[in-house]
Design a protein around this ligand. Structure first.
Ligand code: ADE
Length: 288
């Protein structure tokens, strides 16, 4: 049913699970809603795409990599969920403008934007090159901003309400090993709080979901030692899964969240309250 690589991912749940799991929301909850998910071909994005499609949303999947997008679209189509695909590099403002022009022409408007696209690599902050820093900040902060502003302009133009969920990370205690993404994600949280107020007159709600240690193929960029530490970085002593994040996104972005705006929901098993989170490995200095 699915395209091979996603049947047995190295980490986390398979598409078979996303296609068949019992959803905590009623069938048809999002029928009549148009939902756009960026980064839809990746680990969290696939879980979200399956969840939104199964809840009856008209789904638009977006991403930078056309092959990955084709794969998720084909897998969903194989289960009877027709989705629309838009290739877009969110770092390029003109590409996000073209994306919204296509959404407006084809769907009139949008109900929910999920800003899931992003990425980072582990490195000690003291060793960041200007190129590495800019790449992470431009994708995670500027790219997300391009998408947020484009959606808000679409809703202002169409005169329809809208909702945004930004996928960030838990930034309260800092994240040694990925300082660039920490800076970008904290920026999104601050932006979200700010435009939640500025955009309320347009009937736009905007919230964030902050995943903690989640088992997806994104874990591949970290060492085995770092992964084992991440797994034990919360009082539940385990990874969360991509469905935990998808369900939180539906909760905040959909009708259940209708009186929630400017909020960040940490989905981290209590990680920020307990334990250490050295995403890229724990320097020996801290062994004392
Ligand atoms: N996923 C990671 N980087 C991305 C980008 N620049 N545009 C869209 N999706 C992405």
């Amino acid at each position: 049913m699915t395209s091979g690589a996603t049947e047995n991912p190295d980490f986390g749940l398979s598409d078979h699970h996303f296609a068949a799991r019992e959803l905590p929301y009623r069938a048809g909850l999002l029928a009549g809603s148009t939902v756009l998910v960026t980064g839809a071909g990746g680990g969290l994005g696939r879980a979200m795409s399956w969840t939104f499609a199964r809840l009856g949303a008209q789904l638009i999947v977006s991403g930078r990599d056309p092959d990955k997008l084709e794969r998720i679209a084909a897998d969903l189509a194989g289960a009877g969920h027709e989705v629309h695909r838009i290739v877009c590099n969110i770092r390029r403002h003109e590409e996000t403008e073209a994306l919204y022009a296509e959404v407006a022409e084809r769907f009139g408007s949008l109900d929910l934007l999920v800003n899931n696209a992003g990425g980072q690599f582990p490195q000690a902050a003291i060793d960041f090159s200007p190129k590495g820093w800019h790449a992470v900040v431009e994708t995670n902060l500027t790219g997300t901003w391009n998408m947020m502003q484009g959606a808000a302009r679409l809703w202002r133009e169409a005169g329809t309400p809208g909702s945004i969920v930004n996928i960030v990370s838990v930034t309260d205690r800092g994240q040694p090993g990925v300082a660039h993404t920490c800076a970008a994600r904290a920026g999104i949280v601050a932006l979200t709080r700010t435009v939640a107020v500025e955009w309320a007159p347009y009937r736009i709600r905007i919230n964030c979901v902050a995943p903690g240690a989640i088992a997806t193929d994104g874990q591949k960029v970290y060492s085995e030692e770092a992964r084992q530490r991440s797994r034990r970085s919360n009082p539940m002593l385990r990874f969360g899964d991509a469905a935990d994040i998808a369900d939180a996104v539906v909760f905040l972005g959909g009708p259940t969240g209708k009186f929630i705006t400017g909020e960040t929901l940490d989905v981290d098993g209590g990680g920020k309250l307990w334990g250490e989170f050295f995403v890229a490995g724990r320097p020996a200095y801290f062994d004392e």
